[in-house]
Design a protein around this ligand. Structure first.
Ligand code: GLU
Length: 504
């Protein structure tokens, strides 16, 4: 089994494309097949520098490793279509020689006029096809000598597929089942453009054939092109080895209303690209999941579940498990809601399992940017305290600034409810006992607090929240005794004393 991911480098790879790549990869691994990365860069007008590097970096981030392809080599190289130009010409010529394709010399104006005519005549299809071609300037209507003459004079031309009328074109899609189309609804698609480059359709089919692709797994937006591709396989005489098709369901907006779009995502503040990207032509910036703090394992798991289901309640899958369970049969037909909240949930699940040491490395780098000094041990302790309470690694800093900065304000609601004379006496007693200890672990901090509370005959529940607000300024957070231990004796005493002086 051989599958391929065949992106066109026309900008940042969309997250839907990443899912397509992932499904191809999982399918190949599951079936001990090969996964090929091919770059379809024949549309010179849409080429965007950096887009190819972006794909490679995305694959590296997510651990999607091709077996063959650009940068990986393989028996079917080159894997970049612009380096295979000559080959497509030969195949187009073959179709011409066999009368299955033809030259068309029509100018853009003539094509416009044709469409106008068809529109006025209220024709069903306003396209270049078996009917309209008869009144156009092509090698089917012109004499042989006229054609020769035009080509000799370097007149611009395209090569079109000659699609015959009244044929039924059918294919069996592995996800959608039988697809049937009348050839009357397929136009004479351009195969070779006037710049000598093949169109997507021609190059794609030739390469899938030559690279011995067994399964074409791609987005649903290509389903309308599939019958044309089947026609091409028929015309080349490659039907016996034609790949099987599987068209993946669309990714929908989180509310299910329409296609997932960058505009909608921007509006709601979530990314639709794997990595940050700046468009080199427009300067427009797009945010990436990686930079937003999504972990590659979480992203992989999230994407795998967008359109595929294991048939059980299990949601968390390691990569090995995904490979083991993945099958095309369990891909859904209907569009998949891009439930970003679910994506965050996945991230949380994976973040919890990252070691404190690993998180501390990123955390220290972040602190460094803020010019905050911190020891490795302290960073590890903070990450350990915070990681279960955050969705993204950067929130360890953002939600826990109090580990380094004294509170500038205190949660008002708590102060109003809990700051009274009794609390003040307890906290000043707590300061006194804290002063007597040499080391302050979370256990010692708690037992000293209990001693004070016993003396006053007050339960711990009564002061805990106020103590948290005194120490951190805010009402929520990880284990308070853990925070106190990280802050250390002097800092805790100082915060208590400041609170006693400033809170009215
Ligand atoms: N180059 C096409 C794309 O950009 C490939 C579609 C296909 O997989 O056939 O998505």
């Amino acid at each position: 089994m051989r599958v391929r991911f065949a992106p066109s480098p026309t900008g940042a790879l969309h997250i839907g494309g990443v899912r397509t790549a992932l499904y191809n990869y999982l399918f190949a691994r599951k079936n001990k097949g090969k996964f090929i990365l091919r770059i379809e860069d024949t549309d010179q007008g849409r080429f965007v520098p950096g887009a190819e590097a972006y794909i490679n970096e995305t694959f590296q981030w997510l651990g999607i490793e091709p077996d063959e392809g650009i940068n990986y080599g393989g028996a079917f190289a080159p894997y970049k279509q612009s380096e295979r130009k000559e080959l497509y010409k030969t195949y187009a010529q073959q179709l011409i020689d066999e009368g299955k394709a033809y030259y068309a010399f029509d100018t853009p104006e003539e094509l416009d006029a044709m469409r106008e005519r068809l529109k006025e005549a209220k024709a069903d299809n306003q396209v270049y096809d078996s009917l309209s071609r008869q009144s156009m300037r092509n090698s089917l209507t012109l004499s042989q000598s006229e054609v020769k003459d035009l080509i000799g004079k370097n007149a611009p031309y395209v090569i079109r597929l000659k699609v015959d009328r009244d044929q039924e074109v059918s294919l069996t899609d592995m996800i959608r089942g039988e697809v049937k189309v009348s050839s009357n609804n397929i136009d004479d698609k351009v195969l070779m453009k006037s710049d000598g480059m093949p169109t997507y359709h021609l190059a794609n089919v030739i390469d899938d054939h030559l690279m011995k692709i067994s399964h074409v797994i791609r987005g649903e937006e290509w389903l309308p092109s599939a019958p044309l591709h089947v026609l091409l396989y028929q015309n080349f005489g490659w039907v016996d080895t034609m790949p099987q098709f599987a068209h993946l369901p669309l990714l929908l907006k989180p509310d299910g209303n329409g296609k997932l779009s960058k505009r909608d995502a921007d509006k709601h503040g979530y990314p639709v690209f794997p990595l940050d990207w700046t468009d080199p032509n427009t300067g427009e910036k797009s945010m990436g999941f990686r930079e937003q703090g999504y972990l590659p394992e979480a992203m992989t798991n999230f994407l795998a579940m967008l359109g595929w289901n294991p048939g059980t309640e299990q949601e968390l899958f390691t990569r090995t498990e995904l490979v083991e369970h993945f099958s095309i049969e369990r891909i859904n037909k209907s569009g998949a809601k891009f439930d970003i909240e679910k994506g965050k949930w996945f991230n949380q699940q994976y973040l919890k399992n990252v070691s404190d040491e690993t998180l501390a490395t990123g955390y220290l780098a972040l602190l460094d940017k803020e010019n905050i000094g911190c020891t490795q041990d302290k960073a590890i302790a903070i990450c350990g305290l915070m990681k279960e309470r955050v969705t993204f690694p950067q929130e360890i800093w953002a939600n826990g600034k109090y580990f380094f900065i004294q509170p500038e304000a205190y949660d008002e609601k708590v102060v109003q409810k809990k700051w009274d004379d009794e609390a003040k006496t307890i906290f000043s007693d707590y300061v006194n006992v804290l002063k007597t200890t040499d080391t302050l672990t979370s256990e010692i901090a708690l037992s000293l607090l209990n001693t004070v509370l016993e003396r006053h005959g007050v339960g711990i529940g009564k002061v805990m929240q106020m103590l948290r607000v005194v120490i951190t300024g805010v009402a929520g957070g990880p284990d308070l005794m853990g925070i106190i231990a990280v802050l250390g004796k002097n800092e805790v005493i100082s915060r208590l004393e400041i609170a006693l002086k400033t809170i009215k």
